[in-house]
Write a protein that binds this ligand. Structure first.
Ligand code: CP
Ligand code: NVA
Length: 305
């Protein structure tokens, strides 16, 4: 990191009190134009519907100009190094969002950036999704987070990692059911422990979901894992969230999914379209989440530490 610029590569780049401040700012539906006259670069090495659109609209609502760029246009590490792409974008923009294949690319960009770098999803983390998920859970649980329990069913992937960290920062316990070899890695468990969080890992979806206040899942094959598709579909088959599994959760438990979903794989139509599903408010919260983050970054301390 350079000159005290604050980046968001994962949620624990924020202190817990800062996370609370971002979540509060996310509720501001008529925010001040803190980005007036400024640009924000949004680089995508992988496809996106929600992240690109919510980020572009958020920058617009804050008075700024978003420039979305496909990875192959700037050629990260092909046309020029990731560092030089980042240095170039810093000449024109007040922040850089990037969705990358390899989290290490984000870290390299953040090391040379003179403006904040925000992770728009990497193979390791999806902090903007976790912010939206916390907003969604808080609304579903009547305005508070602490003391509840979320069950994650499936892959201990990028989305799971950031959400589990967000839960640890917010006093939400997590139970996670994954096939052997696909659970949360030690790095995340260590960070959760450092935050005083609670994660119970099991291979049994029923055990994880029993009595939970929310149930969340994600695709079994993330972008970039297409080569593992056959073995993953086989390993994850017992981990589908269906009506019988949801019935094990607390009666008013919410069902969350970051989307896009592969219906009939990790979740049935009955659950994702059912009365407990909050996936569309969750998608709507992506806009509030990124707007709240940018408002926090540029409202009070203008991207500086
Ligand atoms: N949830 C999410 O990040 O969706 P996109 O991949 O469509 O941006
Ligand atoms: N885990 C998924 C999330 C997509 C928003 C992926 O990385 O493809």
């Amino acid at each position: 990191m350079t000159r005290g610029v604050r980046h968001l590569l994962d949620l624990d780049d924020l202190a817990p009190a800062e996370l609370s401040a971002v979540l509060a700012l996310a509720q501001d539906e008529y925010p001040p134009h803190v980005l007036a006259g400024r640009g924000v670069a949004l680089v995508f090495q992988k496809p996106s519907a929600r992240t690109r659109n919510s980020s572009e609209v958020a920058v617009f609502q804050l008075g700024g100009h978003p420039v979305s760029i496909r990875g192959d246009e700037v050629g990260i590490d092909t046309r020029e190094t990731a560092e030089d792409v980042c240095r170039a974008l810093c000449q024109y923009h007040s922040a850089i969002g990037a969705r990358v294949l390899d989290h290490a690319v984000l870290e390299r960009m953040a090391r040379v950036a003179s403006v904040p770098v925000v992770n728009l999803l990497s193979d390791r983390a999806h902090p903007l999704q976790a912010l939206a998920d916390l907003l969604t859970l808080r609304a579903h649980w009547g305005g508070s987070l602490a003391g509840r329990r979320l069950a994650w069913v499936g892959d201990g992937n990028n989305v799971a990692r950031s959400l589990v960290i967000g839960c640890a920062m917010s006093g939400v316990a997590v139970s996670i059911a994954s096939p052997p070899g696909h659970g949360l890695d030690q790095d995340v468990l260590d960070r959760v422990a450092a935050l005083g969080g609670e994660v119970q890992a099991t291979s049994s979806p029923v055990e994880a979901v029993e009595g939970a206040d929310a149930v969340s899942t994600d695709v079994w094959v993330s972008m970039g894992q297409e080569g593992e598709e056959a073995s993953r579909l086989e390993a994850f088959r017992p981990y589908q969230v269906d009506a019988a599994l949801m019935a094990r959760a607390a009666p008013k438990a919410a069902f969350l999914h970051c989307l896009p979903a592969r219906r009939g794989e990790e979740v049935t139509d009955e659950v994702i379209d059912g009365p407990q599903s909050v996936v569309w408010p969750q998608a709507a919260n992506r806009l509030r989440a990124v707007r709240g983050l940018l408002l926090w970054m540029f409202g009070s301390h203008d991207g500086q530490a």
